[in-house]
Design a binder for this molecule. Structure first.
Ligand SMILES: [Cu+2]
Length: 123
């Protein structure tokens, strides 16, 4: 009986741990990030995630992929790269400017997504 209780408790602990691990992974793309690598993908005219959220000062490596050829332009920081399918491109920058910045398909003018840089210490 005691053995069974230990087994059930151990199984519950594992399940709870797995829940938190997967939950934090799912939330990761749009959660504020102090530093690190963020992956984003252009699919047609949509960026996934649609909004990339950073904290002011975050040292960022933005790894970009695309399902089509696109001139990716991050306004504000004025970073531009041509993406082609199957060839990931990394943009390295420090989030020194706060605010909302349009991410555009430079050729068509279509907005793909948004970069949101939150001021340090909240708004
Ligand atoms: Cu532009």
């Amino acid at each position: 009986m005691a053995q069974r209780l230990i087994l059930i408790t151990a199984a519950l602990v594992v399940l709870i741990a797995l829940f938190f691990i997967f939950q934090s992974r799912l939330a990761a793309p749009t959660a504020p990030t102090a530093a690190g690598t963020i992956a984003a993908r252009v699919d047609g005219n949509a960026l996934d995630p649609a909004t990339i959220t950073l904290d002011e000062g975050a040292q960022t490596i933005l790894t970009l992929t695309s399902t089509r050829r696109v001139r990716f332009h991050l306004h504000g920081y004025d970073l531009e790269r041509t993406l082609t399918p199957g060839e990931p491109v990394s943009l390295t920058f420090t989030a020194t400017l706060t605010g909302r910045f349009t991410i555009e398909d430079e050729d068509s003018g279509a907005q793909l997504g948004t970069l949101l840089v939150q001021p340090r210490g909240g708004r």
